[in-house]
Design a protein around this ligand. Sequence first.
Ligand code: DON
Length: 563
Amino acid sequence: MASWAVSAVLIAGLTLGSPTEHSAGFTHEAVAADHFEASKAGAEVLAAGGNAADAAAATMLALGVINPASSGLGGGGFALYYCAKDGSLTFLDFRERAPRAADPGMFDGEGERPPGPANAASQLGGLAAGVPGEPAGIQALVDRFGTLPLREVIAPALRLAEEGFAVSEALSKMGEAFDVQLRKDTVMSKWDLRPGAILKRPALARVLRAFAEKGARAIYGGVIGQEMVTSVQAHGGIMTLNDLNAYRVRTRVPLESNAFGYRWVTAPPPSAGGFTMIQSLSILEQAVGEEPEFGAPLLHAMAESWKGPFLDRQRYFGDPDQVILPIEGMLSPSRIQKRAALAGDGKVHPSSDYDLPVEWTGRTATTPDNAGTSHLCVVDAEGNVASVTTTVNLPFGARFTAGGIVMNDEMDDFSRGGGDANAFGLVGGHRNLPGAWKRPVSTMSPTIVLEGGDPALCVGASGGSRIVTATQQVAMNVLLHGMTAGEAVAAPRIHHQGVPGELRTEEVAPLRPELRNALRAFGHRIEPIHNVANVQTIRIERTPEHRLDAASDPRKGGRPAGR
Ligand code: DON
């Protein structure tokens, strides 16, 4: 196992740089975000006496300022929180939801996407924007678990927005890719996104000040709420002030299962990501045994293990507040056993071999009347853990602003009547069609893994459908293959989502040729892509000195902070 750890790092190191630049050990508290300034914002709040909830909120807020391509107040996300005092695990769902006037056919007939980057109606402009959940999510995290006033949690982000920050390589690259679209927005057209340029965000600073004074209601109503609605409608959208006022965070029971000697706690629906990971781990335990060695047979079985859950996602997943999901049926032992037999037989199967409809009489619940992405991990000195994934979906969301806030394009995560795939190649079923106040299915999988009752690992990723496969591989690298956090994150990853039928490898972290050849010999068609997601993780070592081994993904250039 140790020998793999070394070789993985050597290989990854060729293109990704030394994992140590992006990882660090701490003894009290740690924040791992995909941007160093954001990690520092969280660490600053921890040093000021805040806990993991306060720090996670501060990190999210800072990310929204310094990387508007990935997340921000115009987006939404999920937070999984471990409270050390009582050992409870709470999942806050602050995912965007569709405006009330949304209807199942609203993106029908898009068919072939117009040329250019992310140009479809579900990806660009007013119809693409869901009602943001981020402000309410931040407020809920701080109100429920935090110890500091919101004002103090917002302070580092406000400072960055007012005084400015240096544009990162990652932001600059995304700005270049979407330059033509950004130039059409009154706020973003003025941004100098060359690497190292100092960017200030005065319009957003005004929103942050209002948030600090009045809480999230300052964004869901009043002048700022009105500005948001006006801007969305001016861009062809259907969002109303009532949609903003009616937005609610949902507290959900996380999804969990035991595998490989650990308790894996992760995102429940509307994420399909946590489900995919839980099912894959159960399949793998049976297909490759409880102590799998790293190597081609494990990678092969892993690729096969994802095909079934991705089919389940397509057929059954939707907003759990509006459709009933047969989770138990989908995870039934007999189904797992059948899929494990296929994943363990050494052959590459077409996705259809894994198609096992669940025996269940589904019915649709009634609709209640009132009814880009970044992952961060925080562990504080008391042992509280926050695992948070936040997003505006595609880079710069729907690529327009409202009062300085970049609006999301989360509506692209709904399926379409015509069966076209979304930006991540995911085809959804009728349960995930747009509908009034409905949340679209997600892959975001903030995860906490426990060992003997104590948190052992905080982990999660950004990167669309690859979020879950990357999260799972990094967790397995640490927990099963003995890698450090930095090694585990830097190591090459694979991805398979059933459809398309290719096994993805990474250009930035190529697999060793012998592994690639062995996977080809199994029958996999291998298609390299630039990278498989961006992962942040903190390993909580169970040593008397409470060592925290934190890593940010070199693929996005982040760095952890703490003490
Ligand atoms: O919720 C989801 O699964 C997507 N909206 C996440 C998008 C994403 O990760 C974009 N990535 N880099």
